[in-house]
Design a protein around this ligand. Sequence first.
Ligand code: HC0
Ligand code: SF4
Length: 561
Amino acid sequence: MGSMLIDGQRVEFSNEKNLLEIVRKCGIDLPTFCYHSELSVYGACRMCMVEDKWGGTIASCSTPPKDGMEIYTNTAKLKKHRKMILELILANHDRDCTVCEKNGRCKLQELAIRLGVKKVRFEEEKKDLHVDDSSVSIVRNPNKCIMCGDCVRMCEEVQGVGVLGFAYRGAKIQVTTAFNKAMNKVDCVNCGQCRTVCPTGALVIKKDIDRAWNVLHDKNKRVIAQIAPAVRVAMGEEFGLKAGEVTMGKIVAALRKMGFDQVYDTALAADLTVIEESEEFKKHLDSESKLPLFTSCCPAWVKFAEQKYPELTENISSCRSPQQMFGAVIKEQFRSLKETDGKDNVVIAIMPCTAKKYEAVRPENFNNGEYDVDMVITTQELAMMIKEQGIVFNELEDEALDMPFGLASGAGIIFGVTGGVAEAVLRHCYMDKSSSSLKNLAFTGIRGMKGVKEAEVELNGKTIRIAVVHGLKNADNLIKSVINGEKSYNFIEVMACPGGCIGGAGQPIPHSLNDRIQRTKGIYNADSASAIKRSEENPTIVALYNGILKRNHKLLHRSNK
Ligand code: HC0
Ligand code: SF4
């Protein structure tokens, strides 16, 4: 607690960790490259310097506040200093801005404009380093890297993966992988979180936009979209709407204008997952084997577990993710139509996630001579396509999804947030189907942004211990405590991205934690608005079990299980 003078104005502070947070709280957007409130303080870029009353300069990100301080944020000295840093970075930076993936969204570009950099006084030093596009999820262009280290800390501190690091010294310093290996040859889990903090075009989503247009323009293809739960609460941000605003109706309308033939909701397949995973969980509970059961719908988590904890493979649910279940079901549904009209069925999944691109091409997802999901485009890629076509998104009239796969329960929709899968499974397993039991489940402690959440619930006379975790570093720590016997659970939900899928790396970059909180609220609002709350009450699911799935139940499970 205390107060200080910022640019001559008195400002109170309480729990802020550093000067930067206080300056930002009072409405001044100090520039930074390397500061992220959820990562450790690195203090390398020096853009956030402030001046004290004696003319000394201090890095505001790494200076704790003291009562009675007096600081200035925009003096002549600071302006000169920031411009100099920008020019030095630009001298060493590939400046092909017009064709850069990050053009118009790049922090370096934005600050160069904001701080009025008109020319670079230093000689340009071309790096000409190899651009690594070996990953199906992200492209790494070291020529665009400004050494802020944000990706390194994200990969290590939040995801516990640690495949990126600094190599070489002096002018040759680079962020790269161990031994400069290709991204698809290291233990990267494709989560893309590194790209959410990269300020420039050094790490970007691997785009499938051209491939998507090609099939949309091909008259011999039937193009079928499935839209993931979390996309609906973030897409609006790309068009100036508030985080959390549910724009599903507009997304459907936009997809139709773009030429999609059928538009479905992935949340319907989440309903299938609920039923399959619940049955599996009951079996494990009854036999008291392979517990805890881990969820399997987050591909970054599955890859992480396969690499780091192969001994837990049997504990990971055999259910395919909703994306893959749905791809397989759709292909099955339209197989006979293909035989009639000769059109190839192409399934495009619209996802908040870069790891879904990797999941779609895993070998077990290639069946009957084709992929179950042919292509994955992220929320951001879809927004780019909508803009490219000139669709005025905000003015679109809401349109309804296509039937028969356009009806999902609220339980399917809440998959998009951390805690959602566990809550949906509990809704299904509970014998008490009253609305008060729904409310009680919501308050068991599995909702919210805490990294690790725990709950105990009574299920048919047994006490069930549940853990919900997001961020792979949190998952890693939790697994260690399970292995060493410190903790014990029956069911563990893991999502790799902060907040769950709403915080996926394919979403618009959140401005703050609050954006993720608002998206979460949006998901729960969509759940409240849905007429069906439990997966088993979804009539389409019932019809599927009596039809396609009666004949071909293995569509829902991984073939290697
Ligand atoms: Fe998710 Fe999913 S909830 S992983 O976050 O389970 O990407 O939104 O589509 O598949 O449904 C992502 C989101 C999905 C899947 C669903 C699950
Ligand atoms: Fe690390 Fe995820 Fe980036 Fe891969 S995609 S380098 S795992 S943060």
